[in-house]
Design a protein around this ligand. Sequence first.
Ligand SMILES: [Zn+2]
Ligand SMILES: [Zn+2]
Length: 135
Amino acid sequence: MENISAVFKEKKLKLTPQRIAVYKYLCSTNEHPSAETIYKALQPDYPTMSLATVYKALKTLTEVNLIQELNVGEGSFRYDATINAHPHIQCLTCGKVDDICGMPLDDIMIKANEYTDYEILGSKIYMFGICKDCK
Ligand SMILES: [Zn+2]
Ligand SMILES: [Zn+2]
């Protein structure tokens, strides 16, 4: 949590209770929730917070690089408080998004170098399949 205060201070942004709540919630889960999911989860504690406020908080947190936005092709984004590059996998049946932990991304970048003359700066890996519970 010191992280968010330091970052917001540096960027001269107001650290509102709503922004803290959204960030805290994202740090507490590894389920990569959508804005709607976050909104519903925070409703009991923040009954006056609107979905628009959640969207705005997510946008700001993404801009200052405290969270990352994941486009899993659903028409709405998912959010992740783990900002280092890591591959994601989504279940085609229940829609949940998980991290693929411990997979070295360097190998893929080195491999990709053989097929392009671009200087590769990063990657977003997104896979899909059927999760253990749905199988
Ligand atoms: Zn599933
Ligand atoms: Zn993730």
